[in-house]
Design a protein around this ligand. Sequence first.
Ligand code: GLU
Length: 501
Amino acid sequence: MKRVRTRIAPSPTGDPHVGTAYMALFNYLFARHYDGDFLLRIEDTDQTRSRPEYEKNIFEAIQWCGLQWDEGPDCGGKYGPYRQSERTEIYRKHCYDLLASGKAYKCFVTGKELAEMREIATKTGQRQGYDRRHRNLTEEEIKKREEEGQPFVIRLKVPLTGECVYEDAIKGRMSTPWADVDDQVLLKSDGFPTYHLANVVDDHLMEISHVIRGDEWLSSTPKHIMLYEAFGWEAPTFLHMPLLLGIDGKKLSKRKNPTSIFYYRDSGYLPEAFTNFLSLMGYSMEEDKEIYPLEEIVKCFSEKRVGVSGAIFDIRKLDWLNQQYMINTIPENELWNRIQEWGFNDAFMQRLMPLVHTRIKTFAEFMELCQFFFINHIPYTEELLTPGSKTTNEISAMILQTMIWSMEKQENWGRSGIEQGSREMAEIFGLNHKKVIMRLLYATITGKHTGPPLFDSVDLLGKDRTRARFLQAIEFLGGLSKKKLSSLEKAWASGDCKELI
Ligand code: GLU
């Protein structure tokens, strides 16, 4: 059998997502079980959204989960570089090979033309997507357009008839009519590859034997299979894992749940419990065993035991599991050390003391003042969250939701981010900054009316726990309907939400 090589291929475009840890775990388990290699590749082809700090966070988060990779951008390896932005020439060369062999073609269609195609397709109920109008341009036509300086993309020639059939090692036999698959863009007009091209070229050159990824990539797989065929390469085995779902049965989303791995770290979960919990998602051990160290599942891992339907990410289950780990793996006399390391460490306390210094009359008041830094669930009341005479549950929920959007847009969850956001809320909702907005934000973060200053506290609490608090408060207030959310989003974009209250 070919050497087993698996990879995790995250895009550094946001916070390290629990879905990335979940995929890393199963790629890790598979590679370790079969004595193979597990590598980490950074897919940063989206130049506008990729950031070095997101990449750093991915490393840190996956390492926190205890899933060390063998090859990657940080530690190298013989198949490098492992960062796609450093491989652009490789993709370009391969794409031009396909062009030369007639498996791909230049397409000069403009954004406007594509929009027209979409409109017509919607009206006539036809398949959405590109209508292949430049698939058979003559040499002269291509030359003429190039001489005119028309920008072009390179598209893959996908078969017009027949079916793409392949065997998914989890889902079984899969088939898709080729007629449903678009002539995929491989190289964009700026010369950068799309995800599909870079992903396939890299998986081949890095000798990946098994591609283990989430169900959301199922619809891309026929395009990838076609690409392997066009290059004359053997495709890897595909394993599509069930999606992580929230307890409402819908795709886990950061709109409703904390999805950053750091949230779980910062909220005091143990990494061993967290990875054990992730391994229960879509996988069942023999005799339904639920608590086991990573080494144990590595030993007995079998892809046959991976489920096909969605896996529910239930925090109550994680809480239970975490408690079992605390009891079984941390002896009593170690517990305080561990709690100290987590939240009562010197570095944190030195930052906290200036906020406390002039605000306590006795040491005993320290905990009273600062407990919100050390708890995950604030005991909210309606009275706390609806300051001012006119504020209703819904109005507060709208302000908090808009606050999330504002801080996200600013990409600033620190002190100046919340300050700017709070002023923006006062203005667009036409509400008093001090008496309504600040009181609502203060209550949301601390669960109290008074205490340490808000902006500094948010800085210390960190992005993920702050975000989670906004979400919890919105939920406590009864949430926002889909309709309300969409009108709120529109109003916020226009810079005026007064009509909604
Ligand atoms: N870059 C893709 C992601 O962000 C990789 C998908 C795959 O594993 O092929 O998840």
